[in-house]
Design a protein around this ligand. Structure first.
Ligand code: DX5
Ligand code: ZN
Length: 225
């Protein structure tokens, strides 16, 4: 199914050693990563707290990879634009967290970044029927957001396939990202279903050598590149 799509490998720094973040990122750059996924959690929308604007700002100065800020926060509209100013080239917000999604997506685009919509595993694609046209990408969560190292939810594959159909039927150019529980055993399946940006945390930074792990994931998708 080599249909000319570009497949991006997006390591999630959530599973990296934060005391050596620069080295960890340099390793995945060497391993062929093309996006850096940064998980922002507020301890409110999800039951965990991670990093925020200052970290994105420092990372933007130290890596040439585009930064993909995945906002797992309540009222993302209050902060989305600030993440673009801090240096994120992609900012995504959860449909479950935002009553004013159009406004938030537009603020991200106006600030100069790509705007993404994220769906939790139990959120139906019908929730984004209208909003999808305002987004540059849709992120399908294949675990419940909040933690790295969780088990992949198999129903996500059919969700990606249905989302792909929805995008194609509408003649949109929206890209599909997937996040959670991706490793060498399932990456081919999610890419075959239509995902183009593949987030992986523990499969990359939980492995002995993140450079090798990133390269192996990349190579597993090579027939689609
Ligand atoms: C989960 C985060 C993910 C997480 C993925 O809430 O959004 O980006 O880091 O980690 P793995 O790949 O270990 O499931
Ligand atoms: Zn994420």
């Amino acid at each position: 199914m080599a249909d000319g799509r570009t497949i991006d490998i997006a390591p999630s720094i959530l599973s990296a050693d934060f005391s050596r973040l620069g080295e960890e990122i340099a390793a995945v750059e060497r391993g062929g990563a093309t996006i850096l996924h940064v998980d922002v959690m507020d301890g409110h929308f999800v039951p965990n707290i991670t990093v925020g604007l200052p970290v994105v700002k420092s990372l933007a100065r130290s890596t040439h990879l585009p930064i993909d800020a995945h906002l797992m926060i309540s009222e993302p509209g209050r902060y989305a634009e600030q993440f673009v100013v801090a240096g994120a080239q992609m900012v995504s917000v959860h449909v479950e967290a935002d009553a004013h999604l159009h406004r938030t997506l537009m603020s991200i685009k106006r600030a100069g970044a790509q705007a993404g919509i994220v769906l939790n595993p139990a959120t139906s694609l019908s929730e984004i029927e209208e909003a999808i046209q305002f987004s540059d990408y849709v992120l399908v969560m294949s675990v419940n957001p909040g933690f790295g190292g969780q088990e992949f939810i198999p129903a996500s594959i059919s969700k990606v396939r249905r989302l792909r159909r929805m995008i194609d039927e509408r003649g949109l150019h929206t890209r599909i990202e997937i996040d959670g529980g991706i490793d060498r055993t399932n990456i081919e399946q999610v890419v075959a279903a239509g995902a183009e940006m593949i987030v992986a945390g523990s499969a990359i930074f939980g492995a002995g050598d993140p450079e090798v792990a990133a390269r192996q994931l990349r190579e597993a998708t090579v027939q689609w590149v």
